[in-house]
Design a protein around this ligand. Structure first.
Ligand SMILES: Cc1cc2nc3c(=O)[nH]c(=O)nc-3n(C[C@H](O)[C@H](O)[C@H](O)COP(=O)(O)O)c2cc1C
Length: 183
């Protein structure tokens, strides 16, 4: 194994106008930024203009760019918001647009919603299993009632910091381990 830093993508799961996921993603990136073992970057699904899977001939440049971005990453932090007790359609669509690029990598989940986004996060865990992504146990859950003002301005409680760092530790450890079995 080389001493190269791990590359970890913080994937924003929502794409709607007025979404709060960029605030949450930037907060996680800010916490992760002080760590020396990995490089963290925001990966915004909406930058890739992915079509709805199966509705085009699949030659849009965003599809290959999305796969190349995932290929370049060793692990993922999913910023997950609860839509009708599950993940967003946009995130599921983006997940479905890649296969091998997900394999044998690790992931952490940071979720939010009225019950911390827990139901969406649990759905995502099932999907990740099919894609050979090892999702870590520690799962920070943010409440729309106590970590946001007016459901729109992100004001995280201090108590989440320890959980975020514990999750990042787990993702880095597993990302590094899984890197050794990929070519
Ligand atoms: C279509 C839709 C469905 C939603 N369903 C739920 C839900 O089932 N449970 C929940 O806790 N919040 C639900 N919400 C509230 C969202 O979790 C909340 O608006 C959150 O800010 C969405 O994330 P975003 O701002 O990044 O898009 C729903 C929001 C939308 C737009």
């Amino acid at each position: 194994m080389t001493n190269q830093k791990l590359n970890i993508g913080i994937i924003l799961g929502s794409t709607r106008q007025g979404r709060v996921s960029p605030q949450v993603g930037e907060w996680v990136k800010g916490i992760a930024g002080s760590r020396e073992t990995a490089n963290y970057q925001i990966v915004d699904i909406s930058d890739y203009n992915l079509p709805f899977l199966g509705t085009t001939d699949g030659t849009e440049p965003g599809i290959s760019a999305w796969n190349e971005k995932l290929d370049s990453l060793d692990g993922f932090i999913f910023i997950v918001q609860e839509y009708n007790h599950s993940i967003t359609g946009a995130l599921k669509n983006a997940i479905d647009f890649a296969r091998e690029a997900w394999h044998n990598k690790a992931a952490g989940i940071v979720s939010y919603g009225s019950t911390g986004g827990a139901r969406a996060a649990e759905h995502l865990r099932g999907i990740l299993g099919e894609l050979k992504v090892a999702d870590v146990r520690t799962h920070p859950t943010l409440s729309l009632f106590t970590d946001f003002e007016n459901w729109s301005e992100f004001k995280p409680q201090e108590l989440h910091l320890a959980n975020i760092n514990a999750m990042l530790d787990e993702v880095e450890t597993w990302s590094g381990a899984l890197k050794t079995i990929r070519n």
